[in-house]
Structures are given as structure tokens and as C-alpha cells.
Ligand binder design. Structure first.
Ligand SMILES: [Zn+2]
Length: 327
């Protein structure tokens, strides 16, 4: 944070737009929105980028980079110790008398702790985003629908039991007490959702987009379809290709680290293809010469920037010119 503050040239500020004072977790914050003239560089066109880094986000490793390195997942609020402490604080609140001062005090304690964790996560995410953006001239990430990923488990109707008892499959309960539902591992899914939300992929993507924008580097979003199942060697797509952290192709027996491989697939899908005589170079070695776009996977380019951002509009124009897209 401190280096971030130091790098900011306050003399560039033209005028102050708004000033917001907020209180979070028992601390006061002042936030100022200022106008800075021409502070952002133009985003480099993808054709001129000499290297690209693909990133694959996950749970075991927070981010796998296509250069083979990893960023650890710190599990800020879902590690055993913190989760236990937070549960204790929560329980302490619920045990206090409704409307009492003690209840308010306990709630303040929890809020303070939650705020601390949020700040910790935020700071770590900035570090991770900086490493990613500094790796290459361009960043390729997958287009994840995180909102859909953290939906709760759907109820499973126990059709057979219900039908036997003369109830339609949609029956919500069985009068004989056998239950109209099968097990759907809802608790397991809830736990996974918590871990996904703790990893805060969306927040990391936002930070990467911002740091890349400041550095004039393009961020490319590609389809996330089969990134973890596709074999980089023979192109075979199979669920069985992946076993935990290991990738083993069922057809050509190509072996790789599953997350690293996924990040390389993402990098490749951007369409920075290798020269014919340099087929064995990894997509991120910096020696890749960008040539014709040969990928059907690219759906949107530089989408991570907010629509309101002026840079997003500028960089869109060259994308559409190049790929002939209108939407
Ligand atoms: Zn293969």
C-alpha cells in the first residue's frame, strides 16, 4: 500500500470532484475523487505485444500463471483458525439479549474482525495482481460467471419414493416420513461457495484490469469452456484427462500440471500463435511472435474495464476493426 501511495504524483491533480467520509469496522476513511489529465497511457494493441501471460484461477492455487509459477491461496476467511474465530464471534452475538448494549458491543467486535479480513484480502489481491501484470505485455484470463458458480445446490427430488407412495415427482414431502428429497450435498456446496467467495476472483480480475490499464497493457477475456480438459498436444477434450492437480491425456498420454496447462490453454486461445518453426515455445516465453489470429475462442477483448472507462472505448475500436465484431 505504501509504495502505491508513494508512486502517486499529487501535483497532477486538477480538481477535486467528490469527497466521501465513511466508517468501516470502527475506523474512519476519507476518499477523494480527483480529476487527473491524461494520466493513463494508451493500451498497446495486441499485435504489438511481444508476450502474453495466461492466468487460471483456482482454489488450491489462487492463480496459475502460464510461465509455470503460482500465486498461493491464503484462504483469508476460510482457513480453519479464522473460520472458527468468526463462528465464535457470531455465536457470541446470538447469545446476547436482543436490544442490549452487550449485543451491540459483540456485533461491533465481529464487524471489526470482518473489516480486518477484508482489508487483508484486498492488500494481498493487489500484490497478486501486480505480479500477474508485470509478467508479460498482455494478460489473458478466462470469462468466468462467478455468480452462477456460487449458486446453492439444487434440491434433488426423490421421484421413485414419491411415485411409489402415489405422489407426483414434484411432491415436496412424503406423508410416511421417508422424505421427498434425495441427498444433494448442499452443505458441501455451501462450503465450496464460501471458499470460492473467499478467493475473490472477481476482485482480483478487477485489480488486474486496473493495473494493466495503468501500464497500457491489454487484458483479454477468452471462453472458459474446457480450459481444464483440453489436451494442449492433441486437442483431445475429456473430463477424464484431469485427475486432481495432474493432467494426463487419455489419448496421447501428455502429462502436465493441470492448472498450469489450463493457464497456457487460456493464453493460447487469445490467438497469439507460434511461428511454424517455433512450435515448441511456450506461449509466455517472450519470444512468441504474434501472427494471424487463428482462434475461435476469443469472445471479448479488454472487457474487464468498466464501460464508463475512456480507455475501454478506445481499445474497443481496434479490436472490432481487427476481428470485425460489432457487439
Ligand atoms: Zn493429448
Amino acid at each position: 500500500m505504501s509504495s502505491f501511495m508513494r508512486s502517486r504524483d499529487l501535483t497532477l491533480i486538477q480538481d477535486l470532484r467528490t469527497c466521501t467520509i465513511t466508517r468501516k469496522g470502527g475506523s474512519w476513511y476519507i476518499s477523494m475523487l480527483v480529476n487527473i489529465a491524461d494520466a493513463l497511457p494508451d493500451v498497446k494493441p495486441l499485435e504489438k505485444c511481444k508476450s502474453i501471460v495466461g492466468i487460471d484461477v483456482g482454489i488450491n492455487k489462487l492463480i496459475a500463471l502460464s510461465d509455470g509459477s503460482f500465486q498461493e491461496n491464503k484462504r483469508i476467511s476460510t482457513n480453519k483458525r479464522t473460520a472458527r474465530r468468526m463462528a465464535m464471534r457470531q455465536r457470541a452475538i446470538s447469545r446476547k439479549l436482543k436490544g442490549s448494549k452487550n449485543k451491540i458491543k459483540a456485533a461491533k467486535k465481529l464487524a471489526k474482525q470482518q473489516h480486518k479480513l477484508a482489508q487483508h484480502r484486498d492488500g494481498y489481491n493487489w500484490q497478486v495482481a501486480k505480479v500477474v501484470v508485470d509478467t508479460a505485455d498482455a494478460v489473458a484470463k478466462e470469462d468466468l460467471n462467478i455468480k452462477n458458480m456460487v449458486k446453492r445446490a439444487k434440491p434433488k427430488h426423490d421421484g421413485e419414493t414419491a411415485l411409489k407412495e402415489g405422489f407426483p415427482p414434484q411432491a415436496t414431502a412424503n406423508p410416511k416420513g421417508k422424505g421427498g428429497y434425495k441427498r444433494n450435498n448442499a452443505a458441501q456446496k455451501t462450503g465450496l461457495n464460501k471458499v470460492i467467495l473467499d478467493a475473490s476472483w472477481g476482485a482480483i480480475f478487477d485489480k488486474i484490469a486496473w493495473l494493466a490499464l495503468k501500464a497500457g497493457k491489454p487484458v483479454v477475456e477468452v471462453s472458459a469452456r474446457h480450459t481444464s480438459q483440453e489436451c494442449p498436444k492433441c486437442g483431445h477434450i475429456d473430463k477424464k484427462n484431469r485427475k486432481g492437480e495432474k493432467f494426463l491425456c487419455t489419448v496421447c498420454h501428455h502429462v502436465d500440471h493441470a492448472d498450469t496447462k489450463a493457464s497456457r490453454t487460456i493464453g493460447k486461445r487469445v490467438g497469439l500463435v507460434f511461428l511454424k518453426n517455433k512450435k515448441t515455445l511456450p506461449a509466455d516465453c517472450g519470444k512468441v511472435t504474434p501472427s494471424r489470429h487463428q482462434s475461435d475462442w476469443v469472445e471479448t477483448l479488454v472487457p474487464c474495464l468498466r464501460e464508463s472507462s475512456p480507455c475501454a472505448r478506445n481499445s474497443d475500436s481496434w479490436i472490432f476493426k481487427r476481428y470485425g465484431r460489432t457487439s
